[in-house]
Design a protein around this ligand. Structure first.
Ligand code: ZN
Length: 390
């Protein structure tokens, strides 16, 4: 039994903005947006032979008059900026996006500019590590750092809409996000205030020596856990990268099961955590979502870069996680094709998984459509409190 998902909008709960020159890319720069690798030979020789990449080109050829990669590069370079985004994102029924603007901020369009170009609602995820690094740089004492970090991570945007002067659109912060998985792993130490205070001078000295990248240390973990508590007080969910997602990720340390110290004990029971990406730990994330009421998962990036297995991932997620705990996302960044393909791959995978469950007798059509609506947009609306989204 086919499940028609075309009537549901897609809320992208994890994405990034577009490169300022996103229409003017050569083949290598375009491919770079679809690969975790920094290797030139990987991009030149091997990426085009990936099944997902060939699939992206084939699928986009059904929407645009392009038959191959060079056709697409030529076609997109001649398109007006906004209309090209809208052609793609309308095709995938992308209704709204939550943008992490801490990824390559100097190279990317500001969220306000993106919102104006794409003519749809944009929300913001505040990246904890980017704010923390900036605060450590400026703070002169441990107590000063705590106060500054709290003010900046919650900011004037937390819970209330704000607009930069002269901008047409409102960009509201609706969640925080941590990349701890890539900064020493998800096994967080429950650090005491004394240990963190003791680490302040050491961390400042490292920053003064030129290393402005916060990685596993007592001060980092203490403030990360503080941010989790503040997020709960402010009603902001916390997105947690796990599994694939960065070329310097040590996958052994980005298994969501490593997050157990945070999930157990009750201290963070009021904080809603969303595991992003998850692959290859989809079953583990789904298990945690079935166990803890404050755990959710999305399959962003995974459904794109491993799209031939995307329907199996959705089945693995639905095998244990309630449908109320699964969110849709793309991790699209840099070029609008990544968001488009992510949403396309998500909808295709979900349709296939639900058809499988229906034909196997696990659910009827009404239950399948109900699960689809929840996953594609209702869960995100509720979790991130997108009440202003029509
Ligand atoms: Zn991301």
């Amino acid at each position: 039994m086919a499940i028609d998902l075309s009537k549901f909008i897609f809320i992208d709960n994890h994405a990034h903005s577009l490169l300022k020159d996103y229409l003017l890319l050569d083949a290598i720069a375009f491919r770079q947006c679809l690969s975790e690798s920094r290797s030139m030979s990987q991009l030149e020789t091997h990426l085009p032979a990936s099944v997902f990449y060939a699939d992206l080109l084939r699928q986009i050829g059904r929407l645009l008059p392009v038959g191959c990669e060079s056709d697409l590069l030529d076609y997109r370079s001649r398109q007006p900026a906004g209309s090209y985004i809208n052609t793609l994102w309308d095709d995938a029924s992308v209704g709204a996006l939550i943008i992490d603007d801490g990824f390559k901020p100097a190279e990317m369009l500001e969220p306000e500019r993106l919102a104006a170009l794409c003519a749809r609602r944009i929300y913001r995820a505040g990246r904890i590590e980017a704010v923390l690094e900036s605060c450590i740089d400026r703070a002169s004492s441990f107590d000063g750092l705590i106060a500054l970090f709290r003010e900046e991570i919650l900011g004037p945007a937390a819970g209330t809409a704000h607009a930069a002067a002269g901008k047409e659109r409102l960009i509201r912060t609706v969640c925080l996000k941590t990349i701890a998985a890539y900064r020493g792993g998800l096994e967080l130490a429950l650090v005491s205030p004394g240990e963190a205070r003791h680490d302040f001078d050491r961390t400042k000295a490292r920053f003064a020596a030129g290393s402005r990248r916060i990685t596993r240390c007592p001060l980092y973990h203490y403030l990360l856990l503080q941010a989790f508590e503040w997020a709960a007080e402010s009603g902001l969910p916390v997105q947690v990268h796990c599994g694939i997602g960065d070329d310097d990720a040590d996958l052994r340390q980005s298994n969501p099961l490593c997050f157990r110290s945070v999930l157990e004990g009750g201290r963070f029971a009021g904080t809603q955590f969303v595991f992003l990406h998850c692959y290859p730990y989809v079953k583990e994330a789904a298990y945690l979502a079935s166990l803890y009421p404050n755990v959710y998962l999305d399959l962003s990036l995974s459904v794109s870069l491993a799209s031939p297995r995307a329907a199996d991932m959705v089945l693995d997620a639905l095998a244990q996680s309630p449908a109320t705990k699964i969110l849709a996302g793309t991790d699209g960044h840099s070029i609008p094709e990544t968001h488009w393909y992510g949403a396309f791959a998500w909808r295709r995978a979900l349709g296939s998984a639900l058809a499988n469950l229906s034909s196997s007798g696990f659910m009827d059509r009404r239950q399948a459509e109900d699960a689809a609506a929840r996953i594609l947009h209702e869960n995100a609306r509720a979790l991130y409190r997108l009440d202003d989204l029509v």
